[in-house]
Design a protein around this ligand. Sequence first.
Ligand SMILES: Cc1cc2nc3c(=O)[nH]c(=O)nc-3n(C[C@H](O)[C@H](O)[C@H](O)COP(=O)(O)OP(=O)(O)OC[C@H]3O[C@@H](n4cnc5c(N)ncnc54)[C@H](O)[C@@H]3O)c2cc1C
Length: 264
Amino acid sequence: MITINNFVKVKTLAEAYQLNQKRTNVVIGGFMWLKMGNRKIQNAIDLSGLGLNKIEETDDEFRIGSMCTLRDLELHEGLNNECQGALKEAVYHIVGVQFRNGATVGGSIYGRYGFSDVLTCLMVLDCYVELFKGGIISLKEFAKKKYDNDILVRILIKKDSRKVSYQSQRNAKMDFPLIAVAVAKKKNNIFVAVGARPMKAKLIQKSGCLSEQNPSQEEIAEFADWAKGQFSYGSNMRASKEYREYLAYVYIKRGVKEVLKDDH
Ligand SMILES: Cc1cc2nc3c(=O)[nH]c(=O)nc-3n(C[C@H](O)[C@H](O)[C@H](O)COP(=O)(O)OP(=O)(O)OC[C@H]3O[C@@H](n4cnc5c(N)ncnc54)[C@H](O)[C@@H]3O)c2cc1C
């Protein structure tokens, strides 16, 4: 069971940061994950009064406040146009609408969960994390970073017209994914992220790996075989290491075909 002694709705990010330096105090996002745990929280730090529940669109980026919900990502037209619905597909299978109305972007990305659909999908975009103390760093870098007591303020997604595909597989609807694969293409660069291996998502990138014009099925299969080999896989109650590796190959191949679709 989780118990909270005191609930603090902070007025500034500086106040949140200062409170978060104490180990017994905890930032809360949607509280969906935290509530499953077992701990005593002295001060629950609530960021909901800081206006971080908005997705702002400028000429060159989307600025997603950490208190935006997964449902906000799912429904945002501009964002989903930019990534051809990949983000919608990534969050759509997470539990249900009521859950996605609660779970936040901040909690999902800060957590860097090994099963995360959200992290896997965002990784193939030109995506950055804005931290109160740590400033702006790439999501790729953030995913590798040790957990600390910073505050995740926003996620920034640059508009660079890359083509994106997202796929996952579950043993049962609403379960955690047993594999999550995102592929993106920008000019002749291909980006591949594989998550739920069951380790947290990792990104690889390769330039000039496929013929500019109409790459053959064999070329795509060869690339998928190479790409799946760049990740490590493990076994758990959901799937074996071998099955995950095979699925990664299949979904990378499908993802590449998807992002190449209108190229020729
Ligand atoms: C039953 C269940 C099933 C799920 N299934 C899936 C799934 O299939 N796929 C998937 O991708 N995800 C899944 N998730 C994860 C879910 O989508 C969210 O990522 C998760 O609930 C965390 O979001 P939250 O808003 O609830 O965060 P919270 O539980 O409030 O917080 C999570 C962590 O993030 C920290 N935190 C929150 N906000 C910030 C911030 N702004 N700055 C710094 N630290 C912060 C908290 O201190 C805490 O450590 C599942 C979760 C549950 C409970």
